[in-house]
Design a protein around this ligand. Sequence first.
Ligand code: 13P
Ligand code: SF4
Length: 351
Amino acid sequence: SDPDLVARAAAAKAALGDRVFVLGHHYQRDEVIQFADVTGDSFKLAREAAARPDAEYIVFCGVHFMAESADILTADSQKVVLPDLAAGCSMADMAVLSQVETAWDVLTELGVARDVVPVTYMNSSADIKGFVGRHGGVVCTSSNARRALDWAYGQGSKVLFLPDQHLGRNTAVLELGLSLDDCVLYDPHKLNGGLTPEQLRDAKMILWRGHCSVHGRFTLDSVNDVRERVPGVNVLVHPECRHEVVTAADLVGSTEYIIRAIEAAPAGSAWAVGTELNLVRRLALAHPDKQIMFLDRAVCYCSTMNRIDLPHLVWALEELVAGRVVNQITVDPDTARHARAALDQMLALPG
Ligand code: 13P
Ligand code: SF4
């Protein structure tokens, strides 16, 4: 990266000292991650944000929904900054509040809403988290989806899982032992989700039709192809991947899990990793004694994560030094209060 920008970022951080805390998601660029005070998956970063009451500014190098969650979990006086406002998440955008309210109306008319506990993946807008909190549900991340679902099925007999169908299905089927027939896919663009009243009444798991455009690109062919090319390879994937990919893989887990698995792997072992490319490249560089490769032949970054680049980070930090807060992310107090209930429920999950 540009040495002048590196020096400017370092100088701005030094000038701000403890007043600023920089969080970096594992999918961020190298040029950005070098300035993170802490790196993590979305669960770890949510906890870290909540654990920094003394930092006046939280600069979130990640995507919009993560910065919103940080704003909800931090004190009113703390300001959360997202260095590029265009860093969104296509999956989070697949569940819009009005669509979810319509789905809830459908469930209410069928008389089943009272049995349904809504669960939303962290990768959703604050509006959606607020909806879930209002209806007694919980937020989950890829590191605690199983525990969140265990909790939810202790509260009601059905779950509405937003917005990632793959995390919902993979966790329900592979970890809770539900069958694929217990799950239905609710399409917000179709009348009644494209489902019959019987399907909605019988389902234990109502999956929202959302997915991650990055992890959704791995296919069964990617797995078969790498197994053919690299005999003995271990296939390690994120649970946002399609069900057939996760089923064919050797190990599945969140980004933190993936990092720990690679760290614990013996020297000389081969790993094909199905998650975002910035992370896989860094893992390969950090473990030259192991053979670490991207699961697919095609290159696949998360384009919105990549929007946070060094020029944007330098700009945001230098503006803070000058006393100006740019790109502040705020959630309105009413939404924040309900979203916080669903986030606190997640943070209180046992284990
Ligand atoms: P985790 O950070 O929870 O592993 O999720 C991955 C992701 O896609 C973040 O946007
Ligand atoms: Fe969203 Fe997928 Fe990018 Fe994560 S990797 S921010 S889920 S599009």
